[in-house]
Design a protein around this ligand. Structure first.
Ligand SMILES: *Cc1c(COP(=O)(O)O)cnc(C)c1O
Length: 410
């Protein structure tokens, strides 16, 4: 991408002519596509001619969003899905077989963790290791390892995977390196820089940004040599090897599984994507200022935020990412009830989402980590008073005032 990030995204639709000189790719809601020459329909089916056949496998509106995500990630192709989880699940369905092994991180988005349990029941093996150190990943690799899957910044305690070294390890072993870039978004970090072959983004979070649309995307960066991947079906080896992986993800993941992104939703996400860089700049700046304030406050015991100097991967985060992200967690001082504190916030919303324009807070141990029980929570370092914050784009003085008054009275 030669132009800047925002310019490129804003003008991406106009790279091909649009009917009526519209500056947006319009909504194409048709399920079916009709061809005046039936031979063309057959050619599209065979992949000899570009085109659309049936809405489950995509439409021009989702394709326009996919092109934007490919540009953001500097990738060669992207497939979009109805949610981030649909994108991850469809990719695993498309690429893994019984008897395969995956190496992943012990600090993983809870639903992805639960998805790995499902794949274990289907006959795959999964090793969870502390991915902040590449040596743990290297030790876990086996002859049947098919891919390494990590996130950039972990939720809720913000551990950062050893992204570049894991990328070098995967490259040297010929392994597929699959990175979940949701927490950083392609504005803060491009996993391709650390040799990732596949990147997944939950579009629901920062890329959409407005908390009004669910979506997910898988991007092929073009770096992985698919001829080294044993699970590609012969049917999909008719194209250039660089496209085998994403073709199989589309065919198996989108056509067979059917977690298709709707055109209306794709359009909403594409509109959100136009301001990704501006929103990230603002929410990351807000987060850094707030993290520093909380770290100094006597009623706060500990703050987890990569932008603070005492964060174990502070230096690494500075080298890898454009900013330190907009997600942080903190523990209240002993004796302060987290519900009492949360209920005193007047602006910040108690909610489970993240990556919204609005600042959201959630008591982790009592909500998303409730099911796992106190023993597992203690193992993962999740204190009862731990609160996760997803910082939005509000005016910083209003955010500071809100936290100040709530902490004072708690
Ligand atoms: C939210 C999230 C997902 C799942 O995305 P959905 O769009 O909610 O399905 C995957 N990975 C990470 C890191 C997330 O935060």
């Amino acid at each position: 991408m030669k132009r800047g990030f925002t310019t490129t995204i804003l003008h991406s639709d106009l790279e091909s002519p649009i009917e009526h000189h519209s500056v947006h790719k319009p909504l194409h809601v048709a399920v079916a596509y009709g061809y005046p020459d039936a031979r063309d329909l057959a050619r599209v089916f065979k992949g000899e001619l570009p085109g659309y056949v049936y809405g489950r496998q995509g439409n021009p509106t989702t394709a326009a969003l996919e092109a934007k995500v490919s540009k953001m990630e500097d990738g060669i192709a992207t497939a979009s899905f109805s949610t981030g989880m649909a994108a991850i699940a469809a990719t695993f369905v498309a690429l893994l077989r019984a008897g395969d092994h995956v190496v992943s991180s012990s600090f993983l988005f809870g639903n992805t963790n639960s998805l790995f349990d499902t794949f274990r029941a289907l006959g795959c093996e999964v090793s969870f290791v502390d991915a902040t150190d590449v040596d743990n990943v290297a030790r876990a690799i086996r002859p049947n390892t098919r891919l390494v899957f990590v996130e950039t910044i972990a939720n809720p305690c913000t551990q950062i995977a050893d992204l570049a070294r894991i990328g070098a390890l995967c490259a040297s072993r010929g392994l597929l390196y699959f990175v979940d870039n949701t927490m950083t978004s392609p504005y803060l970090f491009r996993p391709k820089r650390t040799q990732a072959g596949l990147v997944i983004n939950s579009l629901t979070k920062y890329i959409g940004g407005h908390g009004n649309a669910l979506g997910g995307a898988v991007t092929d960066t073009g770096l992985f040599d698919w001829t080294r991947f044993p699970n590609i079906h012969d049917t999909y080896k008719t194209t250039k090897p660089a496209l085998w992986g994403l073709l199989q993800i589309r065919k198996k993941g989108l056509r067979d599984v059917g977690g298709t992104l709707a055109a209306e939703v794709a359009h909403r996400l594409a509109t959100g994507a136009e301001t990704l860089a501006l929103r990230m700049e603002r929410s990351c700046a807000n987060a850094l200022q707030l993290a520093r304030f909380l770290a100094r406050h006597p009623k706060v015991k500990k703050v987890y935020y990569p932008g603070l100097e005492d964060h174990p991967q502070h230096k690494l985060a500075g080298e890898l990412f454009r900013a330190y992200g907009a997600l942080m967690s903190f523990e209240l001082a002993d004796g302060i009830d987290c519900f009492d504190f949360l209920n005193r916030l007047k602006l910040v919303i108690s909610s489970s989402h993240l990556g919204d324009n609005r600042t959201l807070a959630i008591p982790i141990a009592h909500t998303i980590y409730w099911e796992m029980g106190p023993a597992r929570r203690a193992e993962m370092g999740i204190a009862d008073s731990l609160i996760r914050l997803s910082i939005g784009i509000e005016d910083i003085d209003d955010l500071m005032d809100d936290f100040q008054q709530a902490l004072e009275q708690a």
